[in-house]
Design a protein around this ligand. Sequence first.
Ligand code: NCD
Length: 312
Amino acid sequence: MKKLSVDHLIGIKYLKEEDIHLIFETADHFKEVINRPIKKVPSLRDITIANLFFENSTRTKLSFELAEKRLSADVVNFSASQSSLSKGETLIDTVNNILAMKVDVIVMRHPNPGAPLFLSENVDACIINAGDGTHEHPSQALLDAFSIKEKLGNICGKRIAIVGDILHSRVALSNIFALKMLGAEVRICGPKSLLPKHIQSLGVSVSTDLMKTLKWCDAVNMLRVQNERMDLNFFPSSREYAKLYGLNLKKLEQIKKDIVILHPGPINRGVEITSDVADSKNAVILDQVENGVAIRMAIIYLLVAKLNIPDV
Ligand code: NCD
């Protein structure tokens, strides 16, 4: 069996291109499984997984949980508001207490960039990053790239645009790493105030012109404006943002070609994307959600294969 080069999924930047191809091949298989009448396999029957969410999540948490259950793992969930962290316990102590209950894998979302890396270096379990602050969101980037590949046939040589609040987005950074690794040309686009300085050093081109970017690309990933991460006004108003950087049918008609439209969710309808575009045939937003379960099954399955678990 082919194996991943890593023992944890902390970020796309730690993966090799072959790892991504292996995850995609495995996800192809699991996508077929979850579309069967019985959408479950017994692969992880003796594995226990804890989902630790120290930050809000709907899609990602449900998606990981479903992926785990479809692999027949035992699953426990824990969210920060109910935890002893509010009583002063450290992250390592919290996690070590959970591990003492014989947990093999930890899926974690945390507001602090680097928290999953820190844990992977300090506790004895496989760690999967489900989003660490504004840093990385590797499973999202993998499901985005998988969904683009499904539509365009390939990623290599394709032109992919990432539009919106790049500055506060972990999805943007993980997408850039994954798409570049797979050989795509990547352009980021948004208001100057939401584009990180020196982002070109990651090998992407930068534009503040949405129409030019749309004409250039084969696929566009429309990111949400992350208001909860902003301590300043980065643009005058949502109306102005929508006018300049929102995607609507009129703009799509003007470019006179079909492009694939992605959005990681949750959508702010009428801000970064209008309802008619979000629900149009070019949008793959619900395919992304479906693929998310298959991709996460693949990630967990491949990482568990690297654990040293003796047969009983
Ligand atoms: C993203 C996230 O949480 O980073 N959403 C997700 O995981 N589905 C993007 C976002 O919140 O806009």
